[in-house]
Ligand binder design. Structure first.
Ligand code: HPA
Length: 278
């Protein structure tokens, strides 16, 4: 694994944050990471200001389908928000440090809360594609961790606690919001794998027995980094397909994107409702 030189990494994060900071009238309190096909969430932002990843010094540029590669700064309700439209995945060849680079930038910009979304396969046979799942916990099955390497103590502890990764209070707010909106919100454990292939039936059986309800190729690195950085985290997955070994149908990325897009507005309205209360 490539471990980026600590001093230059810190310097690069600082330079990226300074570049973005110049454009921001206010400091963002909330950051939202949009998953595959979930770009529609950005329409909830008022007075949007867009910054392309490619224009930000040292910022890695995403290549995945359904990921735009831009930061959008604006307000959701009364909350100053920095939205990441286009995330980075291990399967694109990015190192873990590159994947969490934007999270470190958010940390330096003073962001306090991170909402993450993703498209994922429903391992739980009760989950219907097209429904959102509140992430209660995760399993890091990527064989790697963004905190490996020298620890920079100013950014967080060497051995961070992970007993409550997904903030309980924010989770309760999400459950209440979904109930008020009449949206069915399932709850479950997300397992992060590297991909890029979708899973074999044997792998799906293993992941289910490990205790996971949904499987996807993202989220876990950013969330580990955010917890290390002291951010409060909320995660909602769009269940895009049945990832159940028995009767498994072939799956394409196009199907995933199509169903994620259809689920995105439900997730956006839950976020919008929560921002009225934070
Ligand atoms: N497996 C892994 N990642 C995914 C899936 C899946 O079934 N669906 C959407 N992302």
């Amino acid at each position: 694994m490539r471990i980026i030189n600590r001093d230059s990494y810190q310097k690069h994060v600082k330079e990226a944050a300074e570049y973005i900071g110049k454009y921001l009238s206010d400091r963002p309190k909330l950051s939202i990471v949009l998953g595959s096909g979930l770009g529609g969430v950005s329409s909830s932002l008022s007075d949007p200001l867009t910054i392309q990843y490619k224009d930000i010094p040292h910022f890695p540029v995403s290549t995945a389908p359904g990921h735009k590669g831009e930061l959008v700064f604006g307000k959701i309700g009364a909350v100053q928000t920095l939205l990441m439209s286009g995330r980075l995945h291990p399967y694109e060849g990015f190192s873990m440090q590159e994947i969490v680079f934007p999270i470190r930038v958010m940390q330096l910009l003073g962001v306090q809360m991170l909402f993450v979304t993703n498209a994922s396969g429903g391992l739980n046979p009760d989950f219907e594609p097209g429904t959102p799942m509140l992430i209660t916990d995760h399993i890091n099955f990527m064989g790697n961790n963004p905190l490996v390497g020298p620890n920079f103590d100013a950014w967080g502890p060497r051995f961070p606690d992970m007993s409550e990764v997904y903030d309980l209070e924010l989770r309760k707010m999400a459950v209440d919001a979904a109930r008020e909106l009449g949206i069915k919100l399932q709850e479950g454990v997300y397992v992060g794998v590297t991909g890029p292939n979708f899973e074999t039936p044997a792998e799906l059986r293993m992941l289910r027995r490990m205790g996971a309800d949904a499987v996807g190729m993202s989220t876990v690195p950013e969330v580990i980094c955010a917890v290390h950085a002291g951010l409060r985290v909320l995660g909602i997955s769009a269940i895009t397909d049945r990832a159940v070994a028995e009767g498994l149908e072939p799956l394409t990325a196009e199907q995933v994107l199509e169903i994620a897009e259809k689920t995105g507005h439900k997730i956006a309205s839950i976020f919008l409702k929560i921002t009225e209360k934070v």
